[in-house]
Design a protein around this ligand. Sequence first.
Ligand code: HAM
Length: 410
Amino acid sequence: MLQKPRGTRDFLPGEMGHRRAVERCMRETAEKWGYGEVCTPIFEEAELFTLRSGEGIIHEMYAFEDKGGRMLALRPEITASVLRMYVNEGRVLPKPVRWSYLADCFRYERPQKGRYRQFWQFGIELIGADTAAADAEVLLVGADVLAATGVTFDMHVGHLAPMKFLLSGLDPHVQRRMMAYLDKRDFDGLRAFSEETGTTDRYDALKALPECRTIEALHDLCGDLPELSRIEETIAILDSECLEYTLDFGIARGLDYYTGMVFEAFAENLGAENQILGGGAYRLAHLFGGDDVASCGFAIGFDRVLVSLGEIEGPRAPVAGVLYTPEARHGAFAVSRRFRREGVHVELNLIERAIGAQMKHAAKNADFAVLLGERECIAGTVTLKNLHSGEQRECGIEDAIAEVKAFGAC
Ligand code: HAM
């Protein structure tokens, strides 16, 4: 038996119903903030991602050469594609541009709970506003979208300037490695690496950085950084909007394009893969041939939100199972059409079997059985059976439709 590829999943209708409901909720929330949905190709020139997304992503990419000899890659994330699209199509638009997306991404990672090779991201990108208000808006949209799904999360907010200040003057490769150790809170690894690279003088300050929970503590550690006033302004807006968050200047982010504020959200019940959102301020457009425009965005790990929410049965519309004797087949199609026209979900019997067997099947899937025999066809009626209570009556089609709809409303 052929199996699906490792790290991918199939979704049955029940689960798809839940996924679609959460998708709707995310889209509607972002729309209220003015973010319009965009769609980009599932594959891009591989260079789009190798330019700036960072080594981690490059090693995890599904890259391939097409028949024309072009190096392409399945998108490992959407931000680079959205900025490429902005440079291609959006430069003439009034700024700031507010775009959202919900799309699947592909990363060759070791699969485990909450980590897949094909996974979905819901995200936004705000392009062309370089202010504390812009940073704050993106963060607030992220928190609003997560809250709307009902997921419980902790938001961590940081900025790259303090970390970059403490690492200044070091080789970029050393900086990147140290940032990665800090991001993982791997202080043993950080110490060993500083000894190896002769940078132990930075160790104590770097180790103290994630513990700076106030601007004052940050000031004591890093002095008068020019970015401090922007950070202060941003968090003043977050406070005035009563957002709950933790200041965390140990966030480095895995992608290389971030330049300013960074933030991540974590769900409690996910184990190791508990990061459900990541984002921040970055600059990418100039690498793709556009202006050096400031941008800020986030992406939510859609699948992780679903795992965190658990299996929730969404509200289901009532279903009418339509059963019939052979001579009433055309009438059954016509009655089904009338039910559907009124918005009722109909499952028409398609297998030649006795009414008893049809009824048994309907009892598994439907809330009502709508039965048509020769008598009902002649009288223009149906026999309606409530499959929950067992009550049965012969009535007009409009009456039957009203009863099924009323069941859905209660
Ligand atoms: P990221 O942190 O690489 O950021 O991914 C965002 C979210 O996608 C993560 O927080 C996680 O929830 C989810 N995710 C990542 N990898 C997997 C996986 N293998 N399986 C399931 N979920 C996963 C970005 O991608 C940036 N583009 C975010 C951004 C937008 N920054 C600015 N704008």
